[in-house]
Design a protein around this ligand. Sequence first.
Ligand code: GLY
Length: 414
Amino acid sequence: MPDHDQSDGVREADRVVPLRRRAGGRDRPLDAVIVGGGAIGLACAWRAAERGLRVRVLEREEPGAGASGVAAGMLAPVGEVSWGEEPGLRIALASASAWPGFADELEAAAEMDTGYARLGALHVALDRDEAAELRRRFDLLRSLGLPAEWLRPSACRELEPGLSPSCAAGIRADGEAAVDPGLLVRCLQAAAERAGAEVVVHAEVIAAQIAADVLVGVRTADGHEHRAKSVVLASGAWSGAATWLPSSARPPVRPVKGQVVVARGSRKEPVCERIVASERVYLVPRADGRLIIGATVEERGFDTQVTAGGVLELLREAYRALPDIAELELVESVAGLRPATPDNLPLIGPGGLDGLVLATGHWRNGILLAPITADAIAGLLSGEKPSPEVAAASPERLGLEAGLLAPVPEEVPR
Ligand code: GLY
């Protein structure tokens, strides 16, 4: 019998294993349980707690154990835009412009650094075919009114002297930035907890609590019940595999594997100063001397094995762009899972089941879209209407009907 099934006559909502009573405001009913403690879930928790809502994050492993722990942290709406994906651009640009203020507020709240840096980006072509493709991309950027400049090879090498002599052209996008997702997750957890949110680790959700067709909470593997007015699904690539939800309520999110290589060199003389991207690879320098080289795009289900072929491709393409990477220390190679949707747009808002709110499906842009997602979800949990910027991310577009928020439960585990 599936965990959400109510046919045994004992509803999940009645199987209460009380948590210990907590002090202070923690006796209040929960406004939201957030399933998933990555950048998205923690950002939602922080922004909601800042508004005075009582929220609890349930993380199956450790904070940032999913895609956030592997992400390069590019805040690159210009670099990520693609043909036919203009609706997502509006959301991406809105979130990119929110990032500087978000980073400032977060760093002040957490008293830690996020690694946010406005590095700028240089997209390069490394032969004539790639130059023709890059020019097509440049025309797309211009048609969308995006700030980008076409550069000749000499101008590219003036900006990045380590570029290969085979560099054939470039696009300069000075507004692009990056953040260190490892630091970001630590900051978000600290800020969320300081604002009053609870972050529970090693808490695997195994059952939905459904009463009169409304999702009123979840049960974790340790037997605890977490009842709340809303359940926010922020489980990234695992969102579509949330078997604790009725199948009709599970969002169409699938995992797309990305392998990443981390190298390290001199902090004072990095191999590049800005994000350098070619057709098949991107390189993101960190202030501590690391260089993140990413990423493969592979449809392999939940497989996260690092392969020789994946690493070979990344290093070969990185070397074609910046030959000096051959001198760097090889630190690690890792693989993560992007949460992809059928139209590559995120799912932000109520959907699937009354009481369920989606904050997932961020595809290649989870870190970039954290601020706008968090503000939208915190607003929604506070009873506000969705902002026009996130309208394109409404779950309704994929047939996931907008649900009502559940009434605040009278009996809440403490
Ligand atoms: N945002 C880059 C990637 O998903 O690889």
